[in-house]
Design a protein around this ligand. Structure first.
Ligand code: XMP
Length: 519
């Protein structure tokens, strides 16, 4: 198996460290993020990076005991790029000087960097307009650069905005080239990885071959079970594993009766008929809906579903007999051990549906072939594996399903109405070509009936809310700005086509303060 050239990102706790990895992966460079505490001399020797990036971070290098990389990193003979806090660390470690922030020199937000001194390969294609917009976020600043360095760019608050020691291939910038607000930032990463000799060999085709070999080596001739949710991650994992080990894999699809219109049939037909993957379709809707009868508290709903799910999955997995492995669609963002400086207990907003404890409980080992991938890379892999584009691009759907889109008590009648309204809404969004612009869209059926008039008659039916948001990762979100025409047309269609709804509202809450789902 080939070993890719690897780039190491040492994380000092910046909010945007993951974006550095994103930018590099876009350049087909394989990289990993590791917290500074984990990067020891032994780790460095074992990882053998072709280049290293120091992330930003919230601490001050002026503080005794603030985060540092190991000294050995400077002796590896590989290029290093320091960003923000990473620049200050590099300067101080190599003999420069950093000054504590004062009001006059702190910079937060948009700034412009002007070229200073001779250009270097690092700046190739960067100062196209003579100056470049960048995103700054620093209190402290470098007051004296380390011996061997020269200044390549300055800004009003950062006289050493871009510094370089071309002989050692050490580069350090005060701003954040990885964020959107540094529009030409990609160029700096491109130049840096070119200087480091990366060939851009991290492609999905290569990944697929390697992942298949790895799965075969890990699993041998043992049996594997995979819980399918119908979502993109578990589906891509299942198809990849099936390609590796064929019918040693059995998928278990638990239908909790809280799926969208035609969803169960679509999943079953895709896996069983299209891919010929052995699939247990566990229709447990009676069990789940029975347990949810009379339950209206959102947390009780979530916990009821979560617990039943584990029981039911275990029961059906046992039918497979003798499985040694459980496959999961874990992604890289779930794996990154971020540096947290905040401490303090965080409040539980919602108990997320997860089956984290399952492998230990069942005595199974894990197969997680997507552990190194970001969401969009999983989509690219799905594409590579021939999954239909319409399936790969599907909006996320929560584990507890429609239960959390039906505030108050869940009844079969309400679920039926909700499924129909949701199908009309999504059809509208697709027809208007908006589906891919939206992170997630769905209908919530509200626990109120309102009075309406249709034809000559009075109606007394449910109200519903349409939800559509844009988001990058679901952590924050904005409501989608539909036109009034679109909203009007959709409301008319839902009221005409869905018996049981006579009023439609549009939810214009962002997150925070709202959440994406209603419960
Ligand atoms: P909220 O409502 O917390 O949702 O703003 C953020 C994202 O997470 C999804 N979500 C879940 N996904 N299990 C999941 O797998 C869950 O229990 C769960 N709850 C919310 C939600 O659909 C949105 O994409």
């Amino acid at each position: 198996m080939t070993q890719h050239d690897r780039l190491l990102i040492i994380d000092f706790g910046s909010q945007v460290t993951q974006l550095i990895a994103r930018r590099l992966r876009e350049l087909n460079v394989y990289c990993e993020i590791h917290p500074y505490q984990a990067v020891t001399d032994a780790f460095l020797a074992d990882f053998a990076p072709r280049a290293v990036i120091f992330s930003g971070g919230p601490d001050s290098v002026m503080r005794e005991g603030s985060p540092r990389p190991p000294r050995a990193v400077y002796d590896l003979g590989v290029p290093i790029l320091g960003i923000c806090y990473g620049q200050q660390v590099m300067m101080q470690d190599l003999g420069g000087r950093v000054e504590a922030g004062e009001h006059a020199t702190a910079e937060f937000g948009r700034a412009y960097v002007e070229q200073a001194g001779e250009g270097d390969d690092f700046l190739f294609g960067w100062f196209l307009e003579g100056r470049e917009q960048v995103w700054m976020s620093h209190g402290d600043h470098v007051a004296e650069i380390a011996p061997g360095f020269q200044v390549l760019g300055t800004s009003p608050g950062a006289p050493f905005a871009i510094t370089a020691d071309p002989a050692r291939r050490f580069y350090a910038v005060q701003f954040h080239p990885e964020v959107h607000h540094t529009p030409n930032g990609r160029t700096l990463y491109e130049n840096f990885v070119r200087l480091a000799g990366f060939t851009g060999d991290w492609t999905m085709g290569a990944y697929r071959e390697e992942a298949i070999a790895k799965i075969r080596a890990q699993v041998g001739d043992a049996k594997v079970i995979c819980g399918l949710s119908g979502g993109v991650d578990s589906s891509v994992a299942a198809v990849l594993i099936h390609e590796a080990i064929g019918d040693q894999l059995t998928c278990v699809f638990v239908d909790h009766g809280l799926l969208r219109q035609n969803e169960a049939q679509e999943v079953v037909s895709m896996f069983r008929d299209h891919y010929n993957i052995p699939l247990i379709h566990a229709d447990e809707s009676e069990l789940f809906l029975g347990a949810l009868e009379g339950v209206s508290d959102p947390e009780v709903k979530r916990k009821t579903i979560g617990k039943l799910f584990i029981d039911v999955f275990q029961k059906h997995a046992a039918e497979v007999g003798g499985a040694e492995f459980l496959a999961q669609g874990t992604l890289y963002p779930d794996v990154i051990e971020s540096v947290s400086f905040s401490g303090g207990p965080s409040v539980t907003i919602k108990s997320h549906h997860n089956v984290g404890g399952l492998p230990e409980k069942m005595g199974l080992k894990l197969v997680e072939p997507l552990r190194e991938l970001f969401k969009d890379e999983v989509r690219a892999l799905g594409h590579e594996l021939g999954l239909p584009a319409s399936f790969i691009g599907r909006h996320p759907f929560p584990g507890p399903g429609l239960a959390i889109r039906c505030p108050g008590e869940i009844t079969r009648e309400k679920l039926e109405i909700l499924r129909k309204a949701d199908a009309v809404y999504i059809d509208q969004i697709r027809k208007h070509g908006l589906y891919d612009e939206i992170w997630q869209a769905f209908v919530a059926i509200l626990p109120v009936r309102t009075v309406g008039v249709m034809g000559d008659g009075r109606t007394y039916d449910y109200a519903c809310a349409l939800r559509a948001v844009t988001s990058v990762d679901g952590m924050t979100a904005d409501y989608y700005p539909f036109t009034h025409e679109f909203l009007g047309e959709t409301a008319t269609r839902i009221i005409n086509e869905v018996k049981g709804i006579n009023r439609v509202t549009y939810d214009i809450t962002s997150k925070p303060p709202g959440t994406i789902e209603w419960e």
